[in-house]
Design a protein. Structure first.
Length: 496
């Protein structure tokens, strides 16, 4: 396979990435990542403390150049989730910025500081013209893992998704073809760097193309307006919550209107962008937002092509190289493109993951032959476009673009001494898409734990984005004769 980052190998003076005060050309990135990669010899897997910074990009590129799989860690991960990820992925070292304060859970791992210039004494191979330490990336097996990205399921702790170099390259190249994405594009983004959207599409994507990425550090309407407008950005990637906030701001922000109107490409993904937000953005700016559909396990599957008209739930047609079929509940493959026949989306192609780390049974269960079962349910329109209509598992919640399993939050809540029983659901939320609601039977009805205490408890064990946004107290959870909680029977009164 060809190298993942031809522009890094070419070491040009073109800008590669910028985040806050930090900026690197491709030549500088090659030296920083090359020298760091040279220090990873003998490490089987490396954790990356994935702050929203240039250092995270350097760390991940270094690992990939050296052929060492990277495990991006959410720097806000709570103690239980962090312990699980470290126990499961067993990294040999952690890459972090020199200023980062790491939690106690990482204390046992050797720490390697990520510099933005070549750190330590430079190996001879890193002089201005010599090869990068990967000694030619084409020598690294394209099937070997590039990344291990943790993703939530309906129950149990998150699973590590093994993403090969082949899958990363195939998916990024398919997107480049569909979106005419080139080295001339300057991508603006503010997504977290420990998931596929922000890291693979948002960082590795522009670097594979030889273009530039500007990361805002944190999402803000002002930041997007600044970088996309006079800042020279041409493309924006975001989750629906971000586009919702941009749409809210358009009515009294002329600069934002001009910035979005002047962009070449606005892309939304990770969850459905409501039509109302599509319409508000199109009406104010004349630009339509392109929706693409993907998953940690599959990288990107489909996309609306630029200029295509948004329709509710519509995520376009399969990307080059991706095969997609709908399968009904009896296992029959649906042939009709009639906008009515509903089936599970199954996909196959070079974009697929290689399996879940340490979980052969979960991997086997996720496939129907060589087709991956996404769990998403869709119809196909007459023109072949895919329209998502739901998910098979009701216990998966999408909040702010994050996938969150109800089961992991329920288990965390049950560990609180003030909670006797707990059930977690997702409810519609105009900003987050869905908000996490905890239904709690207190251990002592006269002194139930307060909402903020439960939110902090979940944030501390798992992650802040998994915290309940509302807590509702009950005397008992509705259960069937077998004792199983009937979430559909939870009271609707009081839901907002
Ligand atoms: C609040 N905070 C807390 C607590 N409450 N911290 C600890 N304990 C608490 N009890 C902190 C938060 O950490 C955060 O800090 C700040 O307060 C605000 O939190 P929150 O309200 O949750 O954030 P938000 O402003 O609502 O975030 C909206 C967002 C975010 C920016 C849109 O949801 C986001 O970044 N979403 C992106 C998700 C994503 O990348 N998904 C990709 C996976 P601070 O502000 O300092 O952070 S899906 C994927 O990859 C597939 C392949 C695909 O298709 O794309
Ligand atoms: P994750 O496992 O966190 O990577 O999330 C993947 C899931 O996000 C998919 O299975 C879909 O349910 C959802 N998703 C991603 N993109 C879209 C989109 N454009 N519209 C609706 N849902 C989406």
């Amino acid at each position: 396979m060809s190298e993942l980052f031809p522009a890094v190998a070419a070491r040009s003076d073109r800008p590669a990435l910028r985040c806050g005060a930090d900026s690197l050309t491709y030549g500088e990135l090659a030296r920083a990542a090359g020298s760091l990669g040279a220090r990873l010899g003998g490490v089987e897997r490396v954790a990356v403390w994935a702050t929203p910074s240039a250092r995270t990009a350097v760390a991940v590129v270094a690992a990939l150049l050296a052929g060492v799989p990277a495990v991006p860690l959410n720097p806000r991960t709570g103690e239980r989730e962090l312990a699980h990820i470290l126990g499961d992925s067993a990294p040999g070292a952690v890459l972090a910025g020199p200023e980062d304060i790491l939690p106690a859970g990482l204390a046992k791992l050797p720490r390697i500081d990520v510099g933005l210039d070549a750190t330590g004494s430079l190996p001879a191979a890193l002089d201005a013209t010599g090869p990068l330490p990967a000694a030619g990336e084409e020598e690294i097996d394209s099937e070997s893992p590039a990344l291990v990205v943790y993703t939530s399921g309906t129950t149990g702790p998150p699973k590590g998704v093994l993403l090969s170099r082949r899958a990363v390259a195939a998916s990024l190249d398919a997107l480049a073809e569909a979106w005419a994405w080139t080295a001339d594009d300057v991508l603006v983004h503010a997504l977290p760097l420990f998931h596929v959207h922000g890291l693979v599409l948002g960082i590795l994507g522009p670097l594979r193309r030889g273009g530039e990425v500007r990361h805002l550090g944190a999402f803000s309407v002002e930041g997007v307006a600044r970088e996309l407008g006079a800042g020279g950005g041409t493309v924006l990637f975001g989750v629906p919550t971000m586009y919702h906030r941009l749409a809210d701001a358009l009515s009294d922000d002329e600069g934002l209107v001009r910035a979005l109107a002047g962009a070449r490409l606005l892309v939304s993904g990770s969850a459905a962008l409501p039509v109302h937000d599509h319409e508000r953005i199109a009406a104010a700016t004349g630009r339509t937002v392109v929706e693409r559909y993907g998953m940690t396990e599959t990288l990107m599957n489909t996309s609306v092509r630029p200029g295509g008209q948004p329709r509710p739930g519509t995520v376009g047609t399969p990307l080059p190289g991706v095969e997609l079929r709908l399968v009904d509940e009896d296992g029959s493959v649906l042939g009709a493109c009639d906008g009515e026949a509903v089936g599970e989306v199954q996909v196959r192609g070079p974009n697929l993951f290689s399996g879940y780390l340490n979980r052969p049974e979960a991997t086997a269960a996720a496939f129907d032959g060589d087709w991956f079962r996404t769990g998403d349910v869709a119809v196909r329109e007459a023109d072949g476009t895919v329209r998502l209509v739901g998910r098979r598992a009701t216990d998966l919640i999408k909040s702010g673009g994050y996938k969150i399993g109800a089961g992991e939050i329920e288990n965390a809540l049950l560990d609180h001494p003030g909670v006797r029983e707990a059930a977690v659901t997702g409810e519609p939320d105009p900003d987050l898409g869905e908000r996490i609601v905890a239904w709690v039977v207190p251990a002592d009805a006269s002194a139930p734990p307060v909402e903020t205490e439960l939110a902090d408890h979940v944030a501390g064990l798992l992650a802040p984005h998994k915290r309940p946004r509302a807590v509702r107290y009950l005397d008992a959870l509705p259960r069937n004769d077998m004792g199983k909680v009937l979430k559909k029977a939870l009271p609707t009164a009081g839901r907002t």
